[in-house]
Design a binder for this molecule. Structure first.
Ligand SMILES: [Zn+2]
Length: 84
């Protein structure tokens, strides 16, 4: 996957309430690399960015770039953005 797609992925974590509720049932957080149901999200930031129910960060990715978001994909994103 190219760096450009990582940028796209990052942009999808902001103001994503509508996207999350419009696409697949699943989403993933690339901070803690959890994959879970959109219905598990309980809170959003003031600009409608989903907050991860597992780690409390707003790095939740809608299921848009992959047919089913995978832990592997989240780990690659995490490595790219956080260098871990
Ligand atoms: Zn998380």
């Amino acid at each position: 996957m190219s760096n450009r797609n990582f940028d796209v992925a990052y942009n999808l974590t902001t103001n994503n309430k509508f996207l999350l509720n419009s696409y697949g049932d699943y989403c993933g957080c690339f901070k803690c690399c959890s994959v879970y149901l959109v219905s598990e999200i309980k809170s959003y930031t003031n600009d409608d960015s989903a907050i991860c129910p597992y780690c409390g960060n707003d790095y939740v990715l809608p299921d848009i770039l992959e047919t089913r978001i995978s832990k592997n994909f989240l780990k690659k994103l995490s490595a790219f953005w956080f260098g871990v």
